[in-house]
Design a protein around this ligand. Structure first.
Ligand SMILES: Nc1ncnc2c1ncn2[C@@H]1O[C@H](COP(=O)(O)OP(=O)(O)OP(=O)(O)O)[C@@H](O)[C@H]1O
Ligand SMILES: [Mg+2]
Length: 235
């Protein structure tokens, strides 16, 4: 579905990501994990035109999309849910969802919102609430729901579990699983290494902008050296 090959990326003339390749298939979840500042967000942003792509090639559904703009990415079916400021706090839940469909002119927005509420009944119950008054978990749900309003084939979630309670974390992960089961490819960028690996098929571990490890998530999680050396988990 989405393939990135030999990516160098950064900002201005600073290279932050070095020679990283990733891919994600239909109905698959991949995780990109690594410490603070390791370049996870930069990698993903560079694929969609939010950061500089210095080298490498990007393919989507078999076609090259290297150097695409953010708008074009959304129009093609690639949705990005940023790490911060991912909802409009001064709009209600329902208005946020309507805004999420801004690129669409096909008149099915109402039906799609109804569909989104089936996946997120918690949001329907809060549809008239200002997004700024939602709990952390609800707000993250809304951000993901907004990202789904463009009917993406791939959704990239930048730290969807950041600062959530254990209960909200489980809830968000169950929603992500449902989205994947509906056929959407998912890329999760996370500092919560254990949860991210647990809920993905394959993973990439970034350290200082370089991919130091990649493979089957469960194999990585059960590899003692990987746990100790790269994941900061107990053996
Ligand atoms: N807009 C920007 N302009 C210049 N440098 C940036 C910008 N955004 C991030 N950086 C730098 O790029 C490096 C990698 O940051 P990035 O946000 O990609 O890391 P990350 O792995 O997503 O970290 P985190 O887990 O904290 O989100 C950091 O050194 C950061 O300071
Ligand atoms: Mg980040």
């Amino acid at each position: 579905m989405l393939i990135a090959e030999n990516i160098d990326a950064g900002y201005g003339d600073v290279v932050i990501v070095h020679n990283v390749s990733i891919k994600v298939g239909k109905g698959e979840t991949i995780a990109i994990v690594g410490p603070n500042g390791s370049g996870k967000s930069t990698l993903i942003k560079s694929l969609l035109g939010f950061a500089c792509l210095f080298r490498g090639r990007v393919f989507y559904q078999g076609k090259e999309i290297t150097g695409i703009t953010p708008d074009r990415a959304v129009a093609l079916g690639i949705s990005y849910v940023p790490q911060l400021n991912n909802v409009f706090v001064n709009l209600t839940v329902a208005e946020n969802l309507e805004m999420g469909a801004y690129i669409r002119k096909d008149g099915t927005v109402k039906a799609d919102i109804a569909e989104i509420y089936r996946l997120f009944p918690e949001l329907e119950a809060r549809r008239g609430t200002w997004a700024g008054n939602l709990s952390g978990g609800e707000r993250q749900m809304l951000a993901i729901a907004r990202g789904m309003m463009t009917n993406p084939k791939v959704i990239l979630l930048d730290e969807p579990l950041a600062s959530l309670s254990p209960k909200s974390t489980s809830l968000i992960l169950s929603k992500i699983e449902k989205i994947r089961d509906s056929g959407t490819a998912i890329v999760i960028i996370e500092q919560n290494v254990k949860k991210a690996l647990d809920s993905s098929q394959r993973s990439y571990v970034l350290v200082d902008g370089t991919c130091v490890l990649e493979g089957d998530s469960h194999s990585i999680l059960s590899d003692e050296t990987a746990r100790r050396r790269y994941l900061g988990l107990k053996a």
